[in-house]
Design a protein around this ligand. Sequence first.
Ligand SMILES: [Zn+2]
Length: 353
Amino acid sequence: MPGTGEHRTEGRPRRLAVGSVVVCILAIGAIRAGSSVSTRPLPATPRPRATPAPPRTSGPPSAPASASESVPDLAGLRLAITLDDLPWVGPLPEGDTAAIHGLERIEGVLRDHGAPATGFVVCERAAEDEAPLRTWAARGFRLGNHSWSHHDLNAMTVAAWTGDVRRCDGYLKRYGSAYAPFFRYPMLHQGNTRGKRDRAAAALAALGLRTAHVTVDNSGWLLTQADARAMRAHDAALREDVRRAFLHHIIAAVEHADRVARRKVGRPVAQVLLLHANTLVDHGLGTLLTALSARGVAFVSLEEALRDPVYARPDDYVGRKGLSWLYRIAPASPEDARWDDAQADSIRSRFLR
Ligand SMILES: [Zn+2]
């Protein structure tokens, strides 16, 4: 939903990451020179898949790569694609009159790339028009629970929050086996106190829901704000810059998550990428998946990714932030979010001032 990640930056230090901006601009320029990213909406299937991969990326200067944190080889990396805020979040793509149009294009791209995906539903929105979810389910994709109203657990009682989750659970059961028993915390907020965190987790277990953790968190929500601003201004050149920045940023986030896993877990883990059903993904998903495939990434289902033992490790974080699961597992390492903060600062400096 709009502003999905706003609360996730609460308490994080704000820095003027000038160096990050320079790196971002250079990297975006490299993508511009080396790719054929199109400004046009995705055509109906079948789609061309010949777009060259963007170059490898590096973190911002505020998180310098050491010898042990050099750019990793992504060959063999297993990655599950998840799409939050179904049926749609933010403005519809130009020319579309309903969420189903963009969602159908996204489904087509996922199918072309053999990428199983789970879409996390804000049920209050879905109940207004069931056609998008019916199509999503009919095409073999899974639906997960993202709560009825996208409420923030940090800002309410566990009882009220659980009622919101239960209501969505009841609604999604109408989709039968397409409803996978997974839950995605809105804003990735799992409770700002130990008691709240643990009671909420117990409530999910009682409903038969398993947490769909995210390891590749990102600031795509910020770039979505920038895209909406450029759309309102009818600034096609700016939209193109935002779209390139989105591709660069998501690939950098995958690389970063892989670095963190290797350092903290001691091995590559099956990663879970958070994306949203929005205009940026509608436009850029094909190029993104092509680029990741070219790097050797294998797309797997959320079910398969969550079989990685890393997702059975204890949650060691208590606090207000919505963090990657890799930062939450023991020992909790919220300081790893400095990378995310630098990326967000870079995006704000470039597009949202
Ligand atoms: Zn959400």
